[in-house]
Each structure stands twice: as structure tokens, then as C-alpha cells.
Design a protein around this ligand. Structure first.
Ligand code: CMC
Length: 442
């Protein structure tokens, strides 16, 4: 990757020159090329050279970091983790292996995978006092609210892994979060039901363990269905990482100040909760329930197209994908598989979703804007089929995405170019003015 400084001597071969039309001044910026994807203009020295900033609300044209973890080609609908296509990982891998891949950059050997899985499994218990912490919430608290609070509080329970300058502590914190997230998530659910918390079981795999902690009670074991556990494992893979999305960027930004990893992941959970991001899976199911029957689809499509109405078709559209989200395709496949395996021949919500998708994809509003179903469009239907309550949908997304957040956070901490994230602004408020004493204000 080239990174020649700007404006000195002969411009680098691949560079961009901007001309200030007011002053006639020209400044040249190097152009960098990653392994895949569009080139980027290196504007780090822009302010020094021009006294100007870039203005890019929502970072639609801004690369915030260099990363080797995940690549998305939004035009082609391609998603790669460490170079491996999501379709291949979903077909041939499992969540533990994908976690290892995201964290370490390579697929594990048998021995490495066994060691990693053993280690994650043996970190799934949480500090006993967390019971009391969860007990402090109202019973009707949304499980995502509990997640934000409890995960942030982990830094108070696991202080011995908060020194971010120590690679060993960073890895311990990473393992702890991946391992404990399902336990906290299931306990948030149990609390809302008023049922006793269930402890993890080391003879179960990651997905099985989550289902056990969600659905078993001390009075009765929950027999984990291998079909459901496998479907859940696949859903976890499909949500594991997704480049520099809002929550991942939040984790990186929070972490850029040197904040401890538990606090950073709590910040990521808060960002994920919004309906434009991970909260969309809950919103999709609520929307499908509200639509209720195919003859009301037109009404909702019209509402979504109305620029003056805030309603959006949930589970549709994506900042990066201008094609089918590959995860949505896999989710739809999984949906059929799970319903078939569970012997559900007729799922009105799936039929409604398919019809909604068909109508939207034939409508010029959606076609022209290249709005396709995203990962959240079908996930809720599978969650519902496997018995996950709606309020837990986004929590499950958070459980799966924890490894992505953690991998990206580690990458950021180790990046020699890492700096505190500190965007600037286009200020449009008052220029300096004199203070008017209270008695003189009219
Ligand atoms: N329904 C109706 N219109 C839409 C939708 C939608 N779901 N999504 C985008 N548009 C329109 C939008 O109004 C705009 O129209 P116009 O050009 O006439 O102003 C155009 O499409 C471009 O949209 P945008 O808001 O500029 O695009 P964005 O990249 O800022 O937003 C998005 C991306 C995902 C937030 C948005 O598509 C959306 O709100 N979708 C619904 C929520 C959703 O499903 N979120 C999950 C995203 S994928 C998983 C995840 O990230 O967690």
C-alpha cells in the first residue's frame, strides 16, 4: 500500500489533485489501494495543507480505518471474513470456528479449535454477584437495556482484564465477552419471566448452551433439538461481523480513547439497539404482525414510499449492499430448512414476508433505489419458529456480533496508525457575541 506524503515534489503516480477555485491552489493527495474494494484518497493531511475539512455526515464516503477482517462488495452482494465467503462458512463451518477465524485471522487446526472451544466453554459462567446486578432492574425492562447495563458493568467484575496495553489481558477480556454474552442474554430473558437463572453446562456447545439457559428450568431439563441448535449456530455465523457498521464503529470510537473493552462493547450494544441497525429484526416482526394479511401490503408499501411519512420498510435497504444482502439469502434458506425440520408447513408470517419481498422488488421505488431485503428481514421468522421471543431478537444479534466487535477492537488497539477518533464539524451556529445580563434580556 502506498502512502506518500502530499504536495512534496512529484506527485505519486496514483494520486488525486484538488484545486481550490477561489485561490487557484492545487494540492495532491496519495491514493491507497487495499486488497479488494475501491481505492481511497488519503486525506489525513488535508487540513494542514488546505485549512479545510471534509464534510461527510453518516460517513457515506469515509474509510475510518485499515482493516483485514471483513470485506463487503455491496454492488456484487459479496461478504468475506478473512477472505472466506459467508456462503462457504455458513455451509461448512460452525460459530466457534468463525470466532477463531475473526479473532486470529486463520481457520484453526483441529487442536487449535478444540483448545479455543474448551476455553470459551470454560468462561461461560459469570461472577455470581451479577445475579444481584440483574435483580436491580425492573421486571419489564427490555433485555437490550439490561444488556447495555450489565455488559458495561463487567469492567467492575473483571478488572484484571482491563489493561488494554497488555495483549494477554486483551485476549482474556475477548474470550470472557464471547463466552459470557449468551449467559447474560439468557439471564436477561429469565429475569423478565421471573424464572430462576440457569447456569451454563460445559457438555453443551455454544448454541445448545444458550438454548439450555433460555429454556430449561431447575424443575425440568430442556432437551436441545440438534436441528434448532444447528440453525441457531448458522444464524450466529451470519451475524458475526460486518465491517465498519454503526455498532462496530462505535466500539472502535469508544475504544480509541483507551476505554476498557467491556465499556466499549456496551457502547456497541447501545448502537446496535436502534431500529436502523440491529433493532430492525424486532421491528420486522412487529411490522409483519401489524400488516397482518397480504391484502394490506400495498398500504404499507405506499407508506414506506411516502417521503413525508417516517415509516420505512423494516428489513429493507442497506448502506453498503445495493444488491441482495448475501446473509438475507442464507437466512431465507435457513427459514425454509427450520420450518421443514420443525414440521411447520404453513407459516403465515413467512408467506407474508415472501409476498412483501416480491411486491417491493417489483416496485420502481425500491428498484430505483436498489433496496433489497437485508439480514434482518428473515431472521425474526426463524427466531420465532425456534421459540425465541421478539424482545430477544436484537439481543441474539448482540451475542453473535460480540466476536466481530472484539476482533475489530483488538485490531484497532494493535494498529500503529490508531489515534483517538475525533471528527470535526461544519459549524453553523452563532459566531462569537457578547453576553447579555439576565435583567437586560427581552
Ligand atoms: N423503506 C423505504 N425507503 C427506504 C428504505 C426503507 N427500508 N431504506 C432506504 N429508503 C430510501 C430512503 O428514504 C432514501 O430515499 P430518497 O433517496 O428518496 O431520500 C433512499 O432509499 C436511500 O436511503 P438512505 O436512508 O439514504 O440510506 P442509508 O444508507 O442512510 O440507510 C438503512 C440505510 C439500512 C438505515 C435504511 O435502508 C433503513 O432505514 N432500512 C430499514 C431498517 C433496516 O432494515 N435496518 C437494518 C440494516 S441491515 C442490518 C444491520 O445493520 O443491523
Amino acid at each position: 500500500m502506498s502512502s506518500d506524503p502530499i504536495g512534496n515534489g512529484t506527485p505519486p503516480e496514483d494520486s488525486v489533485t484538488i484545486v481550490n477555485n477561489a485561490s487557484g491552489r492545487q494540492v495532491t493527495f496519495p491514493v491507497l489501494q487495499g486488497t479488494c474494494g475501491p481505492k481511497v484518497i488519503d486525506v489525513r493531511k488535508l487540513y494542514g495543507a488546505t485549512d479545510m475539512f471534509t464534510y461527510d455526515p453518516g460517513f457515506t464516503a469515509t474509510g475510518s480505518c485499515e482493516s483485514r477482517i471483513t470485506f463487503i462488495d455491496g454492488e456484487a452482494g459479496i461478504l468475506l471474513h478473512r477472505g472466506y465467503a459467508i456462503e462457504e462458512l455458513a455451509a461448512h463451518s460452525d460459530f466457534m470456528e468463525v470466532c477463531y477465524l475473526l479473532l486470529y485471522g486463520e481457520l484453526p487446526t483441529i487442536e487449535e479449535k478444540d483448545r479455543f472451544t474448551h476455553s470459551i466453554t470454560h468462561h461461560t459462567m459469570v461472577h455470581e454477584q451479577l445475579h444481584k446486578f440483574i435483580d436491580g432492574f425492573r421486571r419489564d425492562a427490555h433485555p437490550m437495556a439490561i444488556m447495555c447495563g450489565v455488559v458495561g458493568a463487567l469492567s467492575a467484575f473483571y478488572h484484571d482484564s482491563t489493561d488494554i496495553g497488555d495483549p494477554y489481558q486483551r485476549m482474556v477480556a475477548s474470550y470472557r465477552m464471547i463466552a459470557k454474552m449468551p449467559t447474560i442474554a439468557a439471564w436477561a430473558f429469565k429475569y423478565s419471566l421471573g424464572q430462576p437463572f440457569m447456569y451454563p453446562r460445559n457438555n453443551l456447545n455454544y448454541a445448545e448452551n444458550f438454548l439450555h439457559m433460555m429454556f430449561a428450568t431447575p424443575a425440568e431439563d430442556y432437551e436441545v433439538s440438534p436441528v434448532i441448535a444447528k440453525a441457531l449456530d448458522r444464524i450466529l455465523i451470519l451475524h458475526a461481523d460486518h465491517e465498519q457498521n454503526a455498532s462496530t464503529s462505535t466500539v472502535r470510537l469508544a475504544g480509541s480513547s483507551g476505554a476498557n473493552p467491556f465499556a466499549c462493547i456496551a457502547a456497541g450494544i447501545a448502537s446496535l439497539w436502534g431500529p436502523a441497525h440491529g433493532g430492525a429484526n424486532e421491528a420486522v416482526l412487529n411490522m409483519l404482525n401489524e400488516i397482518g394479511s397480504p391484502n394490506r401490503i400495498g398500504e404499507f408499501i405506499d407508506k414506506a414510499k411516502d417521503a413525508d411519512h417516517p415509516f420505512r420498510l423494516m428489513g429493507f435497504g442497506h448502506r453498503v449492499y445495493k444488491n441482495f444482502d448475501p446473509r438475507a439469502r442464507l437466512m431465507r434458506e435457513s427459514c425454509y430448512e427450520v420450518l421443514r425440520e420443525l414440521g411447520i408447513e404453513h407459516e403465515p408470517l413467512l408467506e407474508l414476508a415472501l409476498e412483501l419481498e416480491r411486491i417491493a422488488l417489483e416496485d420502481s421505488y425500491f428498484v430505483d433505489r436498489r433496496l433489497y431485503p437485508n439480514v434482518d428481514f428473515y431472521s425474526g421468522i426463524i427466531f420465532k419458529a425456534i421459540g425465541i421471543p421478539v424482545s430477544m431478537f436484537t439481543v441474539l444479534f448482540a451475542v453473535a456480533r460480540t466476536v466481530g466487535w472484539v476482533a475489530q477492537w483488538n485490531e484497532m488497539v494493535e494498529d500503529p496508525n490508531q489515534k483517538i477518533g475525533r471528527p470535526r464539524q461544519l459549524y453553523t451556529g452563532y459566531a462569537q457575541r457578547g453576553f447579555v445580563p439576565l435583567a437586560e434580556r427581552g
